[in-house]
Design a protein around this ligand. Structure first.
Ligand code: ADP
Ligand code: MG
Length: 677
């Protein structure tokens, strides 16, 4: 029995060698061929020769009349000519240096010729020849090809796959959804995508294929999500009074948004399934304290919690802050980083395995070594976009289905989050702690550098501390360090000895970094010159000035993160961008930074300026690779598809209906659950 899952070798003329070549395009099965959608179309709408002007580009559908004549001359030169009957008219077609076209032409065969019209001679100087083109088409599909598989080969193979398999193509989308959105059956969809007779067909087919793609994507995600929400996981049945008592010891009142997300998280923790929740909140919105409350609830029930951060500085800072917050509580904090000696590492591993340490904070050292937890109930991933999919998974698998809380400072706009974070439940902190004044951002030209220094001097005199970020050199960390060191010397000469200037960069040892941070936190150092190592998470509420040199070299998301290092205390904060952007896009980035301090707005602008693919850096963000759908342009579709998939999966006995069998088979092939009640 034929099936679209057949390997491509099931097609005539495809052997092991060709199969290997096709695999370079990700094509392994017949279905892969059929879903290798055209990236665009050539317009083959026929030209009316009576209206054609001299030298105009023309497209002619016609019949070859008379034997083609090939003459060779000179070195590798040739001229091929034949007569073509177009409607009632016969014209001459000439191709230079394409001798092999002769074998493609047959007398009385139908062909399409693209070329330039010579009015005087009534002839066409050909540029492109298409044979086997089913007559009525006016659009020619153009596919993504590579050096192993040529365009013409793909065209031919897709045509062959379609003719041989069209009888076994089952429509995946349920009839009800096809009716609701006026979508095509799958056979028509493939036919109109690959061999459209006109633009309307191609458009309708694209719409169906895009919906099918996002619907199947959501069906997989929602199946995983529902399965997780029904699978066993630790129920953190903490004592409410004890948790409240802890919250009272926090030195500030939680914002409304913080209270809301704490409730969302605690509800998940209590439930006897694995939590998988994303906490989104702008820089400085106070995600750490929310995490602390979740940690406390977990530890109250005798479970352990782990917190993984992307850098040692950040891990240390979290350890320090949380240790303070958890003073006089049953929480024992351990810090696990790559800087531990083998002996320290062993000792700590034992304490983690025995459950003596119940809050383990660390870098990816947490997932690298053979660390065993006694009873991991909650795994938190801070700045989760900094970790790859595999690293996040490794932490999740450290315990017996531990609850997972991923935190991020909105590196991607809200509009994309349902796609990128589709299988997670999302909580959003959309409010900053009271009393924060928006950071005042100014853009200065390099010629105004003195003004920046004067401003800094005034602020320092008023007791402020400042970060100075040196230009980013994309190609080399070494140059970054040289830059930062030079800038440090310049600032030390300018502001010393009245003010102390410190230096922080990625090539310093962990101890040196920690010492530099500690000196800055204790206000022994007033100006900290740094590379982007300070980008994530670093928190010194007394720092209120951020100066960024060559700011146009940074992306918007990074600038926003950097700016987020200030504006964390009561003091009015400032961000000075020093830049002479060379491109309009660079200018727009500076303007965006000046105009808004809202991370969601910044992310949206970033998306508009750069496009989704670039912005998300697919691998890191977990953003899927779509064949035809566009996560930005088809956002509405994605939102509908999500709800449609969820409704279907949750409706009773959906998986027993004939209409849904192809979808059930689709999920089963991926080992996904179909039945939920
Ligand atoms: P982020 O969300 O960027 O990780 P943090 O958790 O580091 O933010 O919090 C930023 C700063 O705001 C910290 O100094 C923290 O103590 C403080 N903070 C957090 N929540 C509140 C609040 N509700 N009221 C006042 N200050 C708060
Ligand atoms: Mg943080």
């Amino acid at each position: 029995m034929k099936s679209l899952q057949d390997p491509v070798t099931a097609l005539k003329g495809i052997g092991a060698k060709k199969a290997k070549q096709l695999a370079t395009l990700g094509i392994e099965t017949v279905e892969d061929l059929l879903t290798h959608y055209p990236s665009r179309y050539d317009d083959f709408a026929p030209t009316n020769l009576e209206e054609a002007k001299d030298k105009q580009k023309v497209t002619l559908h016609g019949t070859v009349v008379g034997e083609p004549v090939l003459s060779r001359f000179g070195y590798r030169k040739s001229r091929l000519s034949f007569r073509l009957q177009v409607g009632a008219q016969v014209v001459m077609v000439i191709f230079f240096n394409q001798p092999y076209f002769k074998d493609k032409l047959m007398v009385n065969g139908d062909v399409t010729v693209l070329g330039t019209w010579n009015q005087g001679r009534q002839q066409v100087m050909g540029t492109k020849l298409l044979v086997n083109q089913p007559g009525k088409e006016t659009l020619g599909a153009i596919y993504a090809a590579n050096k192993h598989v040529r365009q013409a080969t793909l065209r031919q193979l897709i045509h062959q796959a379609f003719s041989q398999y069209q009888n076994v193509i089952a429509t995946l989308l349920p009839t009800s959804l096809r009716q609701r959105y006026q979508l095509l059956d799958r056979v028509t969809m493939f036919r109109w995508l690959h061999f459209p007779e006109n633009g309307d067909q191609a458009k309708a087919a694209r719409r169906t294929a895009a919906y099918e793609e996002v619907f199947l994507f959501q069906l997989r995600l929602q199946s995983m999500r529902l399965a997780r929400r029904r699978a066993a996981g630790p129920a953190i049945e903490y004592n409410n009074e004890e948790l409240r008592a802890f919250i009272k010891t926090i030195p500030f009142e939680l914002t409304g948004a913080q209270k809301r997300v704490v409730n969302e998280i605690c509800r998940d923790l209590r439930a006897p399934f694995q939590m998988n929740r994303l906490l989104q909140g702008d820089v400085g919105s106070g995600k750490t304290v929310v995490a602390a409350i979740a940690i406390y609830a977990t530890i109250l029930t005798g479970h352990q919690a782990a917190l993984m951060a992307p850098t040692e500085i950040l891990a240390e800072q979290h350890a320090e802050k949380l240790a303070k917050l958890f003073e006089n509580t049953p929480v024992n904090v351990a810090l696990l980083t790559g800087s531990l000696t083998a002996k320290q590492h062993r000792l700590l591993s034992e304490q983690i395995a025995s459950g003596k340490c119940n809050l383990i904070i660390g870098t990816h050292a947490l997932i690298q070594g053979p660390i065993e937890f006694a009873n991991l109930g909650l795994a938190i991933i801070d700045e989760q976009h900094r970790f790859g999919v595999d690293q996040r998974k490794a932490l999740r698998e450290k315990g017996d289905n531990p609850n997972v809380l991923a935190m991020t400072a909105t590196p991607i706009p809200r509009t994309l989050s349902i796609t990128a974070y589709g299988e997670m439940d999302v909580s959003i902190i959309d409010e900053l702690p009271a009393g924060r004044q928006p950071i005042k951002t100014t853009w200065l030209k390099e010629s105004q550098g003195e003004a920046a220094l004067d401003f800094l001097r005034q602020q320092l005199a008023a007791g402020a501390q400042a970060y100075v970020v040196s230009p980013l050199i994309e190609e080399s960390e070494k140059l970054d360090v040289q830059n930062a060191t030079a800038l440090y010397e310049h600032f030390a000469a300018t502001f010393g000895p009245t003010y102390q200037v410190g230096l922080l960069h990625g090539r310093m040892s962990a101890e040196e970094k920690a010492a530099a941070m500690a000196a800055f936190s204790a206000n022994q150092v007033q100006v900290l010159v740094a590379t982007t190592v300070i980008e994530v998470g670093v928190d010194n509420p007394n720092a209120s000035v951020m100066v960024i040199y060559d700011a146009d070299r940074f992306g918007l998301a990074q600038l926003h993160q950097l700016r987020g290092r200030v504006g964390r205390g009561q003091r009015q904060s400032y961000c000075l961008l020093v830049a002479d952007p060379k491109t309009p896009e660079g200018k727009q980035r500076m303007e965006t930074m000046v105009e808004t301090t809202d991370g969601f707005v910044v992310a949206q602008r970033d998306l508009e300026l750069r496009g989704a693919g670039d912005l998300l850096g697919k691998k890191q963000s977990g953003m899927p690779d779509f064949k035809i759908a566009d996560p930005v342009g088809d956002l509405k579709m994605m939102q509908y598809a999500r709800q449609d998939a969820l409704t279907l999966l949750e409706s009773s006995h959906w998986d027993e209906q004939d209409d849904h069998l192809p979808l059930v088979a689709y999920l089963k092939r991926r080992n996904l659950q179909t039945h939920f009640d």
